[in-house]
Design a protein around this ligand. Structure first.
Ligand SMILES: *[C@@H]1O[C@H](CO)[C@@H](O)[C@H](O)[C@H]1NC(C)=O
Ligand SMILES: *[C@@H]1O[C@H](CO)[C@@H](O)[C@H](O)[C@H]1NC(C)=O
Ligand SMILES: *[C@@H]1O[C@H](CO)[C@@H](O)[C@H](O)[C@H]1NC(C)=O
Ligand SMILES: *[C@@H]1O[C@H](CO)[C@@H](O)[C@H](O)[C@H]1NC(C)=O
Ligand SMILES: *[C@@H]1O[C@H](CO)[C@@H](O)[C@H](O)[C@H]1NC(C)=O
Ligand SMILES: *[C@@H]1O[C@H](CO)[C@@H](O)[C@H](O)[C@H]1NC(C)=O
Ligand SMILES: *[C@@H]1O[C@H](CO)[C@@H](O)[C@H](O)[C@H]1NC(C)=O
Ligand SMILES: *[C@@H]1O[C@H](CO)[C@@H](O)[C@H](O)[C@H]1NC(C)=O
Ligand SMILES: *[C@@H]1O[C@H](CO)[C@@H](O)[C@H](O)[C@H]1NC(C)=O
Length: 567
């Protein structure tokens, strides 16, 4: 396999064609729509698991400039039970976004990993809605509905009135197939789950969406599991309730058993544009078939399609280049957030708010984050939480963790902050983290290794510590004495596809930046359903801690996007 390392940095506004991934970084399980009524705009939603705010919504008018415009879950009161989602792959899975009669809808599932597989309380299925996704806190409180399973997706069937049929995945561990229900969007009332398709025999039939075209109801689903065997298959029927006949050429889309850098392609959704072209989106992992180093996890790719009248849809194979019709560039897409690959240069000036693309892990304690507090203008003050980043898996009380970060969206990047922090007790620490889930993170932290508080002034250190459920990924701690722990610049960078480098410098002391270690990503962070979040945290490691950390000069700069592959 020859991987050409494309230096296409931030998707240049002048580039003729969009490159994959269109939503780089932790943006799995995409669902997208085209809404002519909203100024010919494409809207995409993606899974966020335990991140809060949750379910980011991106908008584009040319399929290549994508702006974050909001999050379906933006207020803790919408979903306080996100706090109880204690598993590493718990949280909000696989939104389906749809537009119907002037309103946007998202169906999604809050999954509690640690409850019985076939228990309705494990799968809390939700309906969010809004008439204007651009306004702050746009989305409603959810209506909950009962469905044993996940990946629920609505289809409005015109039968005199509009009946909402919902397709969803019945848990693969019990009896894998696609189920259908009818749903009252106002009340959450449902009919009994009826099996409509078993798929073609692949593991975990899931991610179903229904589209009506040329008199056929097309049921397009994912199979094979979300790893290397992931694929997209389809069946169709003249009736919404089936029976569904599979496409003879299934799977319609997969990169399994290829040498492409883009693997795990599946969990697709399809939509038209204003010129009558059809487009697909799917998740994909930039890992190559080796499937070892993929810190950004499952990302969103765009796929050119051909869908002739009465025929099955044909998808282009996924790679870094997207062939197909080019839409006129409209980079000035409106919205409160940034273009997805934009840099951060955040100074936390007085009266500013946290940027829309910042995320916590589960529901935060708002009081733990203060911008420009008295005496510390242009900083973000972090109040330490009882729990550290690992906290939950020790079955600690579900209290918030003080952590705030942003997604890694480039193969190579530099992320840095100034941290003004001098721990006063041996339990406290604050630092930066390469965070995948509570079970998988690399922390670069300032802490006191002294036996007592009195010793902290003399025994404050910088430490690099890995947390992983893979024993071979856990490295011995790296410890560097920190003579003047007043203000330390902490930097994380990826200069290649397999390692992170942690560096520091001390203001006022004149110490040169020093590279202290490179950690292979392979087993350290490449795991699970999520993607890397880079952020800052402060904790008392299970003890009440009082010493605040002041974060300033937050910078993130993409250096290189590895996107193109040729076989
Ligand atoms: C449902 O879960 C319970 C408890 O885990 C188990 O005993 C039972 O066999 C399961 N039922 C099915 C149909 O899988
Ligand atoms: C799915 O498979 C089960 C057996 O595992 C079978 O009983 C059922 O009829 C199949 N459903 C469909 C819709 O083909
Ligand atoms: C990939 O190849 C393996 C081994 O031949 C096969 O079992 C699997 O079904 C293939 N996957 C797909 C999606 O074709
Ligand atoms: C995708 O690649 C496969 C081989 O891996 C090939 O058989 C198929 O024709 C390709 N599809 C398209 C639409 O080019
Ligand atoms: C993709 O786009 C090109 C150019 O518009 C078109 O000719 C081709 O048939 C499309 N479909 C696929 C599956 O590649
Ligand atoms: C529609 O989109 C275009 C191109 O981005 C923009 O110039 C125009 O202001 C938009 N109109 C409205 C009503 O938002
Ligand atoms: C810290 O180190 C200095 C110089 O080595 C020493 O004089 C002082 O007693 C130490 N203080 C504590 C609390 O250990
Ligand atoms: C990536 O960077 C690390 C740390 O600098 C280095 O040890 C490793 O050899 C590099 N890998 C490649 C393939 O260049
Ligand atoms: C997190 O805190 C717990 C105590 O609550 C402690 O046992 C554990 O070692 C800490 N983990 C890390 C990675 O510091």
């Amino acid at each position: 396999m020859l991987i050409l390392l494309a230096t296409a940095l931030i998707a240049s506004a002048k580039a003729a064609r969009p490159h994959n991934p269109i939503l780089p970084g932790f943006h799995p399980d995409p669902s997208c729509i085209f809404v002519p009524q909203w100024n010919d705009t494409f809207f995409c939603a993606s899974s966020s698991f335990n991140a809060f705010p949750g379910i980011p919504i991106h908008a584009s008018q040319d399929l290549q400039n994508w702006r974050l415009i909001g999050n379906a879950l933006s207020r803790p009161e919408q979903l306080p039970t996100l706090t109880d989602a204690v598993g590493g792959t718990s949280g909000l899975w696989a939104p389906a976004i749809r537009y119907h009669h002037g309103e946007f809808f998202i169906l999604t599932t809050l999954v509690f990993d640690k409850r019985p597989i076939n228990d309705t309380t494990r799968w809390d299925n939700l309906i969010f809605r809004t008439r204007n996704p651009y306004v702050a806190d746009a989305w409603s409180d959810p209506v909950h509905f009962s469905f044993v399973g996940y990946d629920t997706s609505p289809f409005w069937h015109k039968d005199g009135t509009w009946t909402v049929y919902v397709q969803g995945a019945h848990p693969w561990q019990v009896s894998p197939h696609i189920d259908q229900i009818q749903l009252n969007l106002e009340t959450g009332e449902v009919t009994e789950q009826v099996p409509i398709w078993n798929g073609t025999g692949g593991l975990a039939p899931e991610g179903p969406h229904v589209h009506l075209k040329d008199g056929y109801y097309y049921l397009i689903i994912a199979e094979g599991g979300t790893g290397l065997n992931h694929m997209e298959t389809a069946a169709r029927s003249k009736k919404i309730t089936g029976p569904f006949a599979p496409a003879p050429q299934n799977p319609l889309l997969t990169n399994a058993n290829t040498s492409s850098y883009f693997q795990t392609v599946g969990h697709a959704d399809v939509f038209p544009d204003s010129h009558g072209n059809w487009w697909g989106v799917a998740l994909s992992t930039r890992s190559g078939p080796e499937y070892i180093a993929y810190p950004m996890g499952r990302e969103t790719v765009l796929i050119n399609m051909t869908w002739e009248t009465g025929e099955w849809p044909v998808f282009q194979n996924v790679s870094g280049i997207i062939d197909g019709p080019t839409l006129p560039l409209r980079p000035d897409i409106k919205g409160a957030g940034r273009l997805i690959t934009a840099s951060d240069n955040i100074v936390f000036e007085p009266k500013s708010t946290l940027p829309l693309h910042f995320a916590h892990w589960r529901i935060p304690d708002a009081a733990a984050y203060t911008i420009s507090p008295p005496g510390h203008v242009n900083t973000l003050r972090l109040r330490p939480s009882l729990l550290n980043l690992t906290g939950f898996d020790a079955n600690s009380a579900p209290t918030p963790q003080t952590f705030i970060g942003r997604r890694q969206v480039h193969s190579e990047f530099v992320y840095s902050v100034n941290m003004e922090y001098a721990p006063q007790t041996p339990d406290e620490e604050a630092g930066v983290s390469v965070f995948l889930t509570q079970n998988h993170h690399i922390d670069f932290e300032i802490l006191c290794l002294g036996a007592s508080s009195a010793a902290c002034a003399n025994s404050t250190v910088l430490r690099i510590r890995t947390t992983s459920t893979t024993a071979s990924a856990i490295r011995p701690d790296t410890i560097i004495p920190l003579a003047h722990p007043h203000k330390t610049r902490l930097e994380i960078r990826a200069d290649n596809l397999t390692h992170y480098t942690f560096s520091y410098a001390q203001d006022g002391v004149g110490a040169a930046r020093m590279t202290v270690a490179g950690y292979g990503l392979s087993a350290d962070v490449s795991w699970g359903f999520t993607g890397t979040i880079l952020g800052v945290y402060a904790t008392g490691n299970g003890q009440a801690a009082l010493t605040p950390a002041y974060v300033s000069r937050w910078k993130y700069q993409g250096q290189r996007q590895v996107t193109v592959d040729e076989n």
